[in-house]
Write a protein that binds this ligand. Sequence first.
Ligand SMILES: Nc1ncnc2c1ncn2[C@@H]1O[C@H](COP(=O)(O)OP(=O)(O)OP(=O)(O)O)[C@@H](O)[C@H]1O
Ligand SMILES: [Mg+2]
Length: 212
Amino acid sequence: MSPRWLGRCPGCGGYNTMVEEAVEPPERTARPGVAAAKPVRLVEVAPDKVQRMATGIPEVDRVLGGGMVPGALMLLGGDPGIGKSTLMLQLAAHAAREGPVLYVSAEESLAQTRLRMERIVPDAPQGVHLLADGRLDVLEAALEAPWRLVVVDSLQTVYDPDAESAPGSVSQVRLVASRLLRYAKAQEVPVFLVGHVNKEGSGRPRAAGNAA
Ligand SMILES: Nc1ncnc2c1ncn2[C@@H]1O[C@H](COP(=O)(O)OP(=O)(O)OP(=O)(O)O)[C@@H](O)[C@H]1O
Ligand SMILES: [Mg+2]
């Protein structure tokens, strides 16, 4: 067999003995699940009976459209020192009354986070679990437990040690966010991500159109 025309066959040594033979492309087989996934009419979609979870802070509930949706990935962005961690610890403490909460803080030690929590909520709730490790595989192993709420403070400090880019780089942030989104959707757990906005304003959503 030869991919192109040859005057002399390298196999038998004869001239003009090569015959063209068309190769049929292999039949495309559909990937599993492709046939089942079809568009459905909007009006036929059963309205989901989403049980929103109150955060304990009415203003936060209002911003979230009535509370946290299980399976939603929420990003809390803001300038350094604006109070992101404080707000997240308050939410964690409130949610821990209903079930175990995972608070991932790769920036601060366990002791620092405990002290801070005790300042915010005097009797530190039993149900808050701390993870002070930024490795994505460590986090994903921790996600195997059934959590009521997961808070990652901050997105930029979680990284995949096998990836070549540095923690906090665009590709790492994208990877970590997509893995956490997949987790949130699959397990129907609300996940809060804290995002830093640095002094140059990178990480800040860009004003679009006629935004003030
Ligand atoms: N609502 C608030 N009112 C007054 N002080 C607050 C409030 N929230 C947070 N603080 C104080 O502001 C300081 C910074 O808060 P915090 O560490 O939560 O901010 P942050 O946004 O997480 O900061 P960083 O970007 O460094 O992680 C803390 O000393 C905290 O006690
Ligand atoms: Mg913080």
